[in-house]
Design a protein around this ligand. Sequence first.
Ligand code: IMP
Ligand code: MG
Length: 177
Amino acid sequence: MLNTEPEIEVLISENEIGRHVGEIAARVDAAYAGSADVVGLVLLEGARPFAHDLAAAMQVPLELQMLKVSSYEGTSSTGCVEILGEISDSIRGRDVLVIDDIYDTGRTLAKLLEAVGEFGPRSVRTCVLLEKRHEHQVPVTLDFVGPLVPNVFVVGYGLDYEQDYRELPYVGKLNVI
Ligand code: IMP
Ligand code: MG
């Protein structure tokens, strides 16, 4: 915890998040129309609320598989992405949608795409709620993405600062002084 209560400036309200998730769900539905075999690989912890709301908003059935990954300490990426959980063999031959909360350096998604590819899925796509507005160190193709956010540290709707603020219903900028 921080000694002084930090200020959080709302960047994307709860209503706006709902609208973005609905729009992304419609695009994902259109891309997978006719497929009944889509597996959402959800990068924990941050992408959990997004993945649940996305699955609820979609028409196409989306099986969610949770995968714990870690790369952040405080407000900066450690540069080293760890896959802490195990990717299930059950994704072989299926349409895999890698779901994350935010595209920052790109290291997490790049590492996951490589790892998922080794399991022989039928297809792999990426779905990310937010994209930071800056040059990504490791460029990754985002098949489905929501709004850009400024290149600042954001929290809420799954995103945390040292495990705090995940439960906020909106996305805000954390002003750490
Ligand atoms: P990347 O590997 O640098 O693209 O970072 C992706 C991961 O870092 C995301 O899945 C988030 O968990 C975390 N992350 C990146 N930026 C932020 C942020 O502003 N707030 C909270 N977590 C972040
Ligand atoms: Mg993450």
